[in-house]
Design a protein around this ligand. Structure first.
Ligand code: HEM
Length: 504
């Protein structure tokens, strides 16, 4: 009996060694090839690589308040500034055990995201975080044929003309916020923390756009996803326990229950629509069901996962764009006045959707906001075969990082005023705004560009135009500037502004 036990333990140890030793040896081989080409980086720690150091530096800065300026790269991603100045560009790090090269050149970004797109899928670890919360929607697929088929079916639903049909709903949601803020400023002006309400507006917008008249179900999904997000974060501290997500412990049972409730909410809506004899409705859910019928057809589970994905991907991102835009307009009254004049000329109470095309300055302001405060600070991919980037041989299995925030603030690309708010640079479009046509990528680029880009900009244009028609904004003395990367680049202490009601 004892011999059997010893044999089992030895067997398990050998299996674990085999399981972990192979990838470890492979990672060291890749690192060797990269180092031979002159790449350098910070010394990695056992198991954590350089991930712990990166996390520590970011956390330390999160507690600090910085001067209110837009030179935020060293505050939000301190490790990028430190390591690039110490080890050069590109530099080599270890993300847990995986060798990672950070490329700063927009030409390399274009190779990774566009030209050699098929050689750079997402890594399984990267998509697992998304899958844990919203399942296997398009955001949670590594790449390959399944992703491309899914994207082909979904893309027509996000076509500009179809989205424009949602204009009235988007305007209605924005008007609701105006009504609320009017009650908050009974004496003409008041100091408000606006980021919370703007996130709520973004949630409202996606609920109405995705589910139309059934938007209350969208609100239920939001509530569920928020609870799930917190539980998933708690579960991450057990990542070292093999197969933890299958243990029937109380945390996992809570997670499974919330997941079931969200899925049932969306599923009931899908069944309702399917029963309505082919007329699925002109909201996002209706458009997806229609497109799915035209092709091979999605299973109901896939439609559920895609809906959850839109809620996850389109909520915080759009909320953050709205918050930073008002913040920047408050700091730049000249641009605020110019934008308001444009809005007052073209965006009247009874304006139709076509009026949005005339809001050129508002469009430029949104672009400049997404340059200075993009939702994400970096993009990661993994090489699925040996390739060459910027003259460097990149072996299969190497992770590559594009420091998007750093590139958006690089004076060599954007000029001496790279850290200033100057929407004028976008007057000839995004490709001509900098010295490199691919230096601007708040929605990334190439085949995997954000599918909701047009929708996000449409929502933001309507919301900002509606708010500018009714209020003026100026900085509040209580505001503390401390942007951080927390899933997206946000303002953890809120965005306090003085909101002035305009005379009717
Ligand atoms: C200002 C608002 C937004 C910003 C800045 C933004 C940014 C991004 C970025 C950077 C990515 C690429 C992530 C990566 O590849 O690692 C992405 C992907 C995606 N976004 Fe957005 N997004 C916004 C709004 C939206 C909205 C409103 C929706 C949908 C309703 C949406 C849906 C998606 C989806 C489904 C993907 C995955 C696409 C794919 O992998 O094929 N996003 N977004």
């Amino acid at each position: 009996m004892a011999a059997l036990l010893v044999l089992s333990v030895v067997g398990i140890c050998a299996a674990l060694l085999w399981r972990f030793a192979r990838p470890w040896r492979r990672s060291r081989r890749i690192e060797g090839i990269l180092k031979q080409q002159g790449l350098k980086g910070p010394p990695p720690e056992f198991l954590a690589g350089n991930s712990g150091q990166q996390y520590q530096m970011r956390i330390e800065n999160q507690g600090k308040v910085m001067e209110t300026c837009h030179d935020i790269v060293a505050h939000v991603t301190p490790e990028v500034v430190l390591w690039s100045s110490k080890y050069g560009k590109p530099y080599l790090t270890r993300s847990l055990d995986v060798p990672d090269v950070t490329f700063f050149d927009p030409d390399c970004a274009r190779e990774i995201l566009s030209r050699q797109f098929e050689n750079f899928p997402k890594s399984s670890l990267q998509v697992q975080v998304v899958v844990d919360v919203v399942g296997h929607g398009v955001l949670g697929l590594e790449g390959g044929q399944e992703w491309s088929q899914r994207r082909n079916v979904l893309s027509p639903a996000f076509h500009t003309l179809k989205l424009k049909a949602m204009y009235a709903r988007i305007r209605e949601c924005s008007e609701k916020l105006v009504a609320k803020w009017k009650t908050c400023v009974p004496h003409g002006q008041a100091e408000l923390e606006v980021s919370h309400d703007l996130k709520k507006l973004a949630a409202d917008l996606i609920s109405h756009v995705a589910f139309g008249a059934n938007y209350e179900k969208g609100e239920q999904v939001f509530h569920g996803l928020t609870v799930l997000g917190d539980l998933a974060l708690e579960a991450q501290s057990y990542f070292w326990l093999p197969l933890f997500s299958y243990y029937p412990c109380s945390l996992n049972r809570k997670i499974w229950k919330v997941k079931r409730e969200i899925d049932m909410t969306v599923m009931s809506l899908i069944h309702e629509r399917r029963r309505s004899s082919g007329n699925y409705g002109d909201d996002l859910l209706g458009l997806i069901l229609e497109e799915s019928d035209k092709s091979t057809g999605f299973s109901d589970k896939v439609v559920v996962d895609e809906c959850k994905t839109f809620f996850l991907a389109g909520h915080e991102t759009t909320g953050s764009l709205l918050g930073w835009t008002l913040f920047l307009l408050a700091l730049n009254p000249d641009w605020q006045n110019r934008a308001r004049a444009e809005v007052q000329e073209h965006f009247k109470e009874n304006s139709q959707v076509g009026a949005l095309d005339k809001l050129k300055l508002v469009g430029m302001i949104l672009y400049e906001t997404l340059r200075l405060y993009p939702a994400v600070s970096e993009v990661q991919r993994v090489a699925s075969k040996d390739t060459v980037l910027g003259g460097i041989k990149v072996p299969e299995g190497t992770q590559v990082t594009i420091p998007l925030l750093w590139i958006h603030h690089d004076p060599e690309l954007w000029g001496a005023d790279a850290n200033e708010f100057n929407p004028e640079r976008f007057s000839q479009g995004a490709a001509k705004a900098s010295k490199h046509p691919s230096a601007y990528m708040p929605f990334v680029m190439g085949p995997r560009v954000c599918i909701g880009q047009t929708l996000a900009l449409l929502e933001a244009k309507v919301a900002i135009a509606t708010l500018l028609s009714n209020f003026a904004f100026s900085p509040a003395s209580s505001y503390k500037h401390s942007p951080r990367m927390h899933v997206i680049i946000d303002a953890p202490r809120g965005i306090q502004l003085v909101v002035h009601k305009l005379s009717e």
